[in-house]
Design a protein around this ligand. Structure first.
Ligand code: HEC
Length: 125
C-alpha cells in the first residue's frame, strides 16, 4: 500500500505546485510611480489587482463598445478628452495599473464629475 499512498501524495503535491495552465502569465505590476491625476485617490492596495481579462482577445473590442456607450460623452470618442473630462489616452493613465483604473471605475471621482460604475459587472470595468 505504501507506494500507492506516496504516488497519491506526490500527485496532489504536484497538482498544487504546478502553475495553472489556463491562466496566461501576466507581467508583475510595475513598481508604482507616484500617482497623478485622479489616481492620487486610489488606495495603495488597489494597485495590485490584476486584470482578469488580460490576454482575452475579445476584451479590447468589448471594452471599446462599452466605452462608446458609457464614457465617450465625457471623455471623447477616442478618449482624447472633452469639455467635461480629461483625456484618457496618455497623461496620468500611462502610469496607471489595471488595479488603479478598476478602483477609479468602481468608486468614481465623486464631486469632480466622474461617476462611479459599480453597477457594471466587475468583468466590464
Ligand atoms: C459625466 C461625465 C463622465 C463620464 C460619463 C465618465 N467620466 Fe471619467 N472622468 C470624468 C471627470 C470629470 C474626471 C476627472 C475627475 C478629476 O478631476 O479628478 C474623470 C476621470 C476619469 C479617470 C481618471 C483619469 C485621470 O487622468 O485622472 C478615469 C480612468 C476615467 N475617468 C475613466 C472613465 C471611464 C472608463 C468611463 C466610462 C465607464 C468614464 N470615465 C465615464 C467624467 C466622466
Amino acid at each position: 500500500m505504501r507506494p500507492a499512498i506516496l504516488l497519491l501524495m506526490s500527485g496532489l503535491l504536484g497538482a498544487q505546485t504546478a502553475p495553472p495552465k489556463t491562466v496566461p502569465a501576466q507581467p508583475a505590476a510595475p513598481q508604482a510611480a507616484a500617482p497623478t491625476g485622479a489616481f492620487v485617490h486610489v488606495p495603495v492596495k488597489a494597485r495590485e489587482k490584476r486584470n482578469p481579462l488580460a490576454g482575452d482577445p475579445t476584451a479590447k473590442a468589448a471594452g471599446q463598445k462599452l466605452f462608446q456607450q458609457h464614457c465617450a460623452e465625457c471623455h471623447g470618442e477616442s478618449a482624447e478628452g472633452g469639455k467635461k473630462a480629461p483625456m484618457l489616452a496618455g497623461g496620468p493613465m500611462a502610469d496607471a495599473t489595471p488595479g488603479q483604473i478598476f478602483w477609479i471605475l468602481t468608486n468614481g471621482v465623486l464631486g469632480k464629475g466622474m461617476p462611479e460604475w459599480s453597477r457594471l459587472p466587475p468583468a466590464q470595468r
